[in-house]
Design a protein around this ligand. Sequence first.
Ligand code: UD1
Ligand code: PEP
Length: 437
Amino acid sequence: MATFQIEGGHPLKGDIQPQGAKNEALQILCAVLLTPEKVTISNIPDIRDVNKLIQILSNLGVKIQKIKKGEFTFQSDDLQLDYLESEQFKTDGAGLRGSIMIVGPLLARFGKGYIPRPGGDKIGRRRLDTHFQGFINLGANFRYNREERFYGVEAPKGLTGTYMLLDEASVTGTANIVMAAVLAKGKTTIYNAACEPYLQQLCKMLNSMGAKITGVGSNMLHIEGVKTLGGCKHRVLPDMIEIGSWIGLAAMTKSEITIKDVSWDDLGIIPNTFRKLGITLERRGDDIYIPAHKDGYTIESYIDGSFMTIADAPWPGFTPDLLSIMLVTATQAKGEVMIHQKMFESRLFFTDKLIDMGAKIILCDPHRATVIGHNFKSQLKATTMTSPDIRAGISLLIAALSAKGTSTIHNIEQIDRGYENIDDRLRAIGAKIVRID
Ligand SMILES: CC(=O)N[C@H]1[C@@H](OP(=O)(O)OP(=O)(O)OC[C@H]2O[C@@H](n3ccc(=O)[nH]c3=O)[C@H](O)[C@@H]2O)O[C@H](CO)[C@@H](O)[C@@H]1O
Ligand SMILES: C=C(OP(=O)(O)O)C(=O)O
């Protein structure tokens, strides 16, 4: 378990470039399995989860060449499907959440796909019904080995397009079903599809490979199946969760920061949601400029004067992955806010650590926390903590950078899952942070 030691209380200053998006890269990398031709992907972040998925692809026999930092070619023309039945795959596949999305492409192209129960954050129940119900709708047979926690789908006669209404707008579920349906016979309609920018990117990539998907960006996708897909070039968007993390960090540490090349039009309601906490964000071209909030920031109330609530919802609602960052940022705001994490039931427990540091938070129930901001009248106190999940981890890091004294964060592998070289990048803008392996 590696550790960060952070001396807090110093404002940061400078430019920061967001990495490529973790959750887009995981979808896009799985899509390379859909064609025997070469696929070139750029802006791939160098983070633990993505590297684990690239290793799985390599073990499956995908030929992978690094062109330069963040840019790779992938060619899936001679896959070793036996790997899917190996003990090694049971360990590799369970190591991250994104591995679930290899099932759709494998099922579509080879008539079978297997996966151990995938890993990812332990942030509450994370069911996979939407994925497998989607495959069943397309004509696949499903089996689950409870003892080995191993899922399998097979469609020896191929998949056939159909109409389906998903029981929830699952992000990875939609990606998986889309990747299966592009090679199915006939037409598939997916209603209640997730439609976040990363899914739009996946659909655009698949169309550039020869797929026929319409409705991209809406919750109703129409897919006309094709027989084969070809190669393509694709660039991954900047990571909107990282961008949100830097906004929270800038406000909490009273730092003047410019976040470069954010692809503003793909950020949806993220900038405005931070503005509800009273944070000033300026659009400068495609950058976000955040001035040093020397006089703090004041949480807005609703028009009728009632108490602000910030809650997650499927896109274009506010992403659940930024609520922990909102919560920590609110601890120094002027005013009060209710943070309502509707999707995951175990994501707010890390507030205990913030309370230890002196934050005023009432955890009302597993889904809701009320934060009463200090308005910088009282600084958080340094402490020793362990990062329970990726977004709690970055939130604790933000708290530590704003706190008085030296904090220690253990289990920073959780942060490394999704943030590339975070200590070097933060040091470059003035953070006092040391990694101890
Ligand atoms: C690798 C990856 O891309 N992970 C992301 C993906 O996970 P993932 O695709 O696993 O998440 P899902 O979209 O399937 O569901 C997330 C949670 O929200 C619930 N749910 C979902 C949709 C809905 O309409 N109603 C509802 O209650 C689900 O039951 C589940 O508890 O999307 C999540 C939701 O944005 C993000 O937190 C994860 O970072
Ligand atoms: C929950 C997350 O990731 P994963 O789905 O990979 O666990 C996240 O990125 O915040």
